[in-house]
Design a protein around this ligand. Structure first.
Ligand SMILES: [Zn+2]
Ligand SMILES: [Zn+2]
Length: 477
């Protein structure tokens, strides 16, 4: 049985050779950490980078709802997008006598974070990094134009001592012209450029000879300059040839500052704390292995087909369709769906019989499932009302999250209106000590919805959609 997270595979499309290969996610994490962070960094910093790389890959993986690569439908990533995907053994000649040490460090960093990724709103984040921020990281909107909630500016004086914190680069005017697509040297404004506090107060005679000039805080005559600088004439002009650009930090400042992370690690901060510092509001969770196709393995779900029995107080449609029957039918399909993805499923009733609410609550108490799902069909005195509603008990965060996964799939599959996810104090929601939701699949009092509820296909669809919601919920455990 492959339930281990270290057996997750990624499909890689190699555009050059036009083929797809599968590689272990955890192997790729090591290889990509090796080429994206200095390996003399602290193990906790390398663990941060392992989680970051894993998040980047999982974010693209189709098995986790990722978009894959445009280049190839069947693949998760394009090899050419991830330079450095090479077996560690190939670093032997590069790392030389450090090879064993670095390899061990990479293995430890991957192993101790196995399967862990960064999530925001239950989705893998885009984990941006840079080498040195130089005092503070940056808000995403200042770099990329759009505000990303987990890419917020945070202060960072941890990278102060990095080799890149202060630096400069001399760039010649020629290079500047070439790279920026400018033509400065022919422009008159570049001639005799006066730079405040550097060269100004220039006085010339009618022959265009410099008579007075101020350089820095000193005044000179044109002749003095000619003699001191050993230039040919007092009829001179100037233009800058090289501009020195001073820099603080290295990189765009988005997300995690690598040198900062390393220095936090050296000060005994653990990887997950460091990540939460640089990525605002994220949580760190382990992914489920999708290869088993049983993402609900080990989970106990209790399904409650509401009402039941001939004397039931259930809702009845205009054409006589009874809610109790629809509920049971959807529930029975749902049992099959959930069992096929590994769940252990219990029903409060499996036939048309009367079961009191107290007894249903007691069953849930006895079994203690991970989730209790009540299935209903709605009713309103006017037939125009339609749509899907889901209720949870106030404060039950897990139930609300599950409802948020089920609602979009269910309304999309059934083509019903999303009437909202609401908190309620219904007897079962209140009495049952485990996370519970109450689904009103559709309005039996609405002609169109009564018609679809009559159809076996639609009941099956509803069950499939609820199961899909569960899969999405349990994608990251
Ligand atoms: Zn920093
Ligand atoms: Zn009902």
């Amino acid at each position: 049985m492959c339930t281990e997270n270290n057996e997750v595979y990624v499909n890689i499309y190699d555009k050059k050779n036009d083929n797809i290969e599968s590689k272990l996610l955890e192997e790729m994490v090591k290889e990509l950490v090796a080429c994206t962070m200095p390996l003399n960094f602290h193990i906790e910093a390398l663990k941060c980078q392992s989680i970051i790389i894993r998040t980047r890959l999982v974010r693209q993986m189709k098995a986790y709802g990722g978009v894959g690569t445009e280049e190839c439908k069947e693949a998760d990533i394009l090899k050419q997008d991830f330079e450095g995907l090479i077996p560690l053994i190939e670093y032997k000649n590069v790392w030389k006598n450090k090879y064993e040490e670095y390899k061990e460090k990479l293995e430890k960093a991957a192993l101790e974070t196995t399967g862990k990724i960064l999530l925001f709103n239950n989705k893998p984040i885009d984990p941006r990094t840079h080498l040195v921020c130089g005092g503070s990281t940056e808000n995403s909107e200042n770099i990329e134009g759009n505000a990303v909630r987990y890419l917020r500016r945070v202060l960072c004086n941890y990278c102060e001592d990095s080799p890149y914190s202060l630096n400069y680069k001399d760039i010649s005017i020629d290079e500047l012209e070439k790279k920026l697509g400018l033509e400065l040297t022919n422009d008159n404004f570049m001639k005799d450029i006066t730079i405040n506090k550097f060269i100004d107060n220039v006085v010339r005679d009618e022959q265009d000879r410099v008579t007075r000039i101020k350089i820095g805080n000193k005044e000179f005559s044109g002749k003095e300059i000619m003699e001191i600088l050993d230039i040919n004439s007092t009829r001179f002009s100037w233009r800058p040839q090289i501009i020195r650009f001073f820099t603080v930090g290295k990189g765009d400042g988005l997300g995690l500052c690598q040198y900062g992370a390393n220095s936090m690690a050296n000060n005994q901060t653990l990887a997950e704390e460091i990540l939460k510092y640089y990525y605002t509001g994220v949580i760190i969770k382990k992914i489920q292995n999708p290869c088993i196709n049983k993402p609900l393995e080990g989970k106990i779900i209790m399904i409650d087909p509401a009402h039941g029995g001939e004397s039931s107080d259930d809702n009845v449609g205009n054409h006589g369709l009874r809610e109790k029957d629809v509920n049971l039918s959807i529930a029975l399909y749902l049992v099959k769906e959930l069992e096929s993805i590994g769940a252990n499923v219990y029903l409060t009733r499996d036939k048309d019989e009367v079961i009191h609410l107290n007894d249903r609550a007691q069953m849930a108490k006895d079994i203690g499932p991970d989730f209790f799902i009540s299935i209903h069909q709605n009713y309103f005195s006017h037939c125009s009302k339609s749509g899907t509603e889901i209720y949870y008990f106030r404060g039950d965060k897990m139930a609300k999250e599950l409802a948020e996964e089920i609602m979009p799939v269910l309304t999309n599959e059934m083509n019903t209106l999303n009437k909202g996810i609401k908190s309620a104090e219904f007897f079962l929601l209140r009495e049952i000590p485990v996370s519970s939701i109450h689904i009103e699949v559709a309005y039996i009092s609405n002609f169109d919805e009564e018609r679809i509820l009559m159809s076996k296909d639609f009941r099956k669809k509803a069950a499939k959609a609820i199961a899909k919601g569960f899969i999405n919920f349990y994608k990251y455990i």
